[in-house]
Design a protein around this ligand. Structure first.
Ligand code: SIN
Length: 317
């Protein structure tokens, strides 16, 4: 038996987390996901008022491993979402609400509603690349000032543990991690999707209703790994404070989870790959991960977490 438990500020039975993004805005879906073997579920991002999201199409696989989405944060709004959740029996798995908003006040109000409802931890989604119509302007996670304002505002009015979801669409992700940690983040999740565009050569138009979207799927895994390594190396060299990391980006197999843990993450988000493997992906990955650990004689994730980062740090001297 291997010990798969992890602590990201709350204890999880295993490191696999449904990442916020494509699934998880309906309570019915969360209920289905709760029995799949995941260690925790991060909900679809919830705003103060209901949002219908962008025009269809909103999610398209444009080539194997290349998924584009521009959903536009569709959700029922915090009141309805909480009402529906309250009607459910306990889901028996940690639920981490993802919070989004137009500005720091909305982030603060929505986060406070979740705290009042008894939640311990939320993720602040400041990095959706298509949160505005036609992806105009910078998103919060591309602006250090606004990143700090949003996190500080939530920090000031709640005692929630805060995961901050970082954007890969910046020059120096470590700079943004530092700002997030200074403003009070307790954990970091990365990466959100990469700014992207696809054009249909036959109809000669963009394929997404919102024109621009965000890329996920296996095609982004190595990019995610580079960004995770940048953050983990900055922690290793004490440039930034050490906090739990949730690695997200194209993870589909037990080997991918192993890679992310070698790069220092505490937990691993699974999102787009559910489109390929269905909900069995959580159990399948856990079985494979356990087998790999038994083969290598590793009794817990702590034994190999960050090993590749130590090696990279040595090689870079
Ligand atoms: C969306 O709702 O558009 C996706 C969420 C995200 O990219 O953060």
């Amino acid at each position: 038996m291997v010990d798969l438990r992890v602590n990201i500020g709350i204890e999880l039975q295993n490191p696999l987390i449904l990442s916020s993004g494509i699934l998880g805005s309906s309570v019915g879906m969360l209920k289905r996901l709760a029995g799949t073997g995941a260690g925790a579920l991060i909900t679809k991002s919830i705003t103060e008022n209901p949002r219908v999201g962008h025009e269809n199409p909103t999610v398209i696989e444009v080539a194997p491993g290349i998924i584009l989405n521009a959903m536009g944060l569709p959700n029922p709004g915090v009141d309805l979402f909480l009402n529906e959740l309250e009607e459910e029996d306990e889901l028996k798995i940690p639920i981490i609400p993802s919070v989004a908003g137009y500005n720091e006040d909305e982030f603060g109000r929505v986060a406070a509603r979740f705290e009042d409802a008894g939640y311990e931890m939320v993720e602040l989604n400041i990095s959706c690349p298509h949160s505005t119509e036609f992806s105009t302007g910078k998103v919060i996670a591309q602006d250090t000032g606004r990143t700090s304002q949003v996190i500080s505002a939530v920090r000031e009015i709640t005692s929630l543990k805060l995961i901050v979801k970082l954007s890969p669409n910046v020059t120096d992700i470590v700079e943004f991690a530092e700002v997030a940690l200074d403003a009070g983040a307790d954990a970091l999740s990365l990466i959100n999707t990469l700014e992207a565009l696809e054009v249909d050569p036959f109809f000669e138009v963009p394929v997404l209703g919102n024109i621009f979207g965000g890329q996920s799927g296996e095609s982004v895994r190595c990019i995610a790994q580079r960004k995770i390594a940048d953050i983990a190396l900055a922690m290793h060299s004490d440039r930034i404070r050490n906090v739990p990391l949730i690695g997200i980006g194209g993870v589909r197999t037990p080997e991918d989870v192993f890679r992310f843990i070698l790069l220092g993450v505490d937990a691993v988000g699974i999102g787009s790959s559910i489109l390929y493997e269905d909900l069995a992906i959580f159990e399948n990955i856990l079985d494979g991960l356990e087998r790999m650990m038994v083969d290598k004689g590793y009794e817990s994730l702590d034994v190999f977490r960050g090993k590749a980062i130590l090696r990279i740090a040595e090689m870079m001297v």
